[in-house]
Write a protein that binds this ligand. Structure first.
Ligand code: FES
Length: 104
């Protein structure tokens, strides 16, 4: 496991989602839900769509392509046509910066 830098906390406004590109790994989506930060894979499990371009409604991210959705804190697929859960990552805030724990 490794801790990787995501972005500054200020870049993720409450109620919004922010895409973080990763060298040597798939992009992550970072969410601010009422002041708590979460991260998931950015790619929808239903198709090649970026979840950070979707709509964050409470703790559900709705994909912009076919309007499926996931529960952000758990990654569970909750809106059809999505049926495969997405990965979630533990986010840690250190000062003004956000970090996620990912597999090496
Ligand atoms: Fe996300 Fe189809 S690609 S719902």
């Amino acid at each position: 496991m490794a801790s990787i830098y995501l972005c500054r906390a200020a870049e993720v406004e409450p109620g919004s989602v922010h895409k973080v590109e990763r060298e040597g790994g798939a992009a992550l989506a970072v969410y601010n839900i009422e002041g708590s930060f979460y991260a998931t894979d950015d790619c929808c499990s239903h198709g090649l769509s970026s979840l950070s371009e979707g709509l964050l409604d409470g703790d559900i991210i709705e994909c912009s392509l076919h309007f499926g959705g996931f529960h952000v804190p758990t990654g569970k697929a909750v809106l059809a046509p999505c049926s495969i859960d997405i990965k979630t990552y533990v986010v840690e805030q250190r000062g003004e910066e956000l970090y996620a724990t990912v597999e090496d």
